[in-house]
Design a protein around this ligand. Structure first.
Ligand code: B12
Length: 214
C-alpha cells in the first residue's frame, strides 16, 4: 500500500511515471483528493524548489516538475467533490492571473477550484503586468482580482497593482486576493491586499467571505 509521503518523495525527485501511478493508487484507496494534491504533489514540488535553491537541482528539473504536475493534477481534479456547486454564487466574477511569472500551475488550480464552486472566472493566464489586471478587470466587470505570485520580482508588481487601483480611484471596486508559494500573509497585508491564501481552497473561502456569498 502506498502513502501520500511516497507521492511527495517521487514528485520531489521528479519521477513522473511513478508519481502518476502513485496518484492514481492513492485515489483508488479513497484518500482525500485535496490531501493528495496539497501534501503529495504541492509539497513534493516545494521540495524540488528547495533542492533547486540549494543547487541540487537544475532548470530542466523545474521544467520536468511542471510537466509532472500537469500530468498528475487532472487525475486529482477529476476526483474532487462537486457538491460545492450547490448554493453557488450567482454572477460573482473573479479575474485571475499570474503576475509576471510563467508559473501557472497554482493559478490553474485556484481557477478550477473557483469555477467548481460556482464563481464566474476570467483567467488572463501568465506573465501579466499590473495594468493588464486593471484593464481586464474593467473589461469583464470583475468583483475580485486574484493574483498568483511565484516569482520574487512579481511581489513589488503586486504592490504596484494595489497602488494603481488606488490612483485610478477604483480600489474599492475590487477585492484583491493573493497567494503563491513565495508569499506570506504578512506580505499580503503590507501591500494592502484584502486577503491571502496558502492553498487553492483558501481562494474559495476568501472569495465567499469577501464577496459575501453564503
Ligand atoms: C515547476 C517550477 C517551475 C516551472 C513552472 C512550470 C509551470 N507551467 O508553471 C518553470 C520551469 C517554468 C519554472 C521557471 C522558473 N522558476 Co520555478 N519553480 C517551479 C517549482 C518547482 C514548482 C512550482 C509549482 O507549480 N508548484 C505547485 C503549485 C500548485 O503551487 P503554487 O503555485 O504555490 O500554488 C499553490 C498555493 O500557493 C496556492 N496559490 C497559488 N496562487 C494563488 C493565488 C491565490 C489568490 C490563492 C488564494 C492561492 C494561490 O494554491 C496552489 C495550490 O495549493 C517552484 C518551487 C516552489 N516552491 O513552488 C519553483 C520556483 C517558484 N521557481 C523559481 C525560480 C527562481 C524560477 C526561474 C527564475 C528559474 C530560472 N533561473 O530561470 C524561472 C522563472 C520563469 C519565469 N519567468 O516565470 C523560484 C522562485 C523564487 C524566486 N527566486 O523568484 C522557486 C520558488 C524555486 C526556488 N525555491 O528557488 N519554475
Amino acid at each position: 500500500m502506498v502513502e501520500i509521503s511516497d507521492l511527495r518523495k517521487v514528485v520531489g525527485e521528479v519521477k513522473q511515471i511513478e508519481a502518476e501511478e502513485i496518484t492514481k493508487e492513492l485515489l483508488a484507496q479513497g484518500l482525500d483528493p485535496l490531501k493528495i494534491l496539497e501534501d503529495g504533489i504541492v509539497e513534493g514540488l516545494n521540495d524540488l524548489g528547495a533542492r533547486f535553491e540549494a543547487k541540487k537541482a537544475i532548470i530542466p528539473d523545474l521544467v520536468k516538475g511542471g510537466i509532472l504536475a500537469k500530468a498528475c493534477i487532472p487525475h486529482v481534479e477529476a476526483a474532487l467533490p462537486k457538491e460545492g456547486v450547490q448554493g453557488a454564487p450567482k454572477g460573482k466574477k473573479i479575474l485571475i492571473g499570474t503576475m509576471l511569472s510563467q508559473h501557472n500551475i497554482g493559478k490553474n488550480i485556484v481557477s478550477t477550484f473557483l469555477s467548481i464552486n460556482g464563481f464566474d472566472v476570467a483567467d488572463i493566464g501568465s506573465e501579466n503586468k499590473p495594468w493588464d489586471f486593471y484593464e481586464k478587470a474593467e473589461e469583464v466587470g470583475a468583483d475580485m482580482i486574484a493574483v498568483s505570485v511565484m516569482f520574487i520580482p512579481a511581489k513589488e508588481k503586486v504592490a504596484e497593482l494595489t497602488d494603481l487601483l488606488k490612483q485610478l480611484g477604483v480600489r474599492e471596486k475590487y477585492k484583491v486576493i493573493v497567494g503563491g508559494a513565495i508569499t506570506t500573509e504578512k506580505w499580503a497585508d503590507s501591500i494592502g491586499a484584502d486577503g491571502w491564501g496558502a492553498q487553492a481552497k483558501d481562494g474559495v473561502d476568501l472569495a465567499k467571505k469577501l464577496l459575501k456569498v453564503a
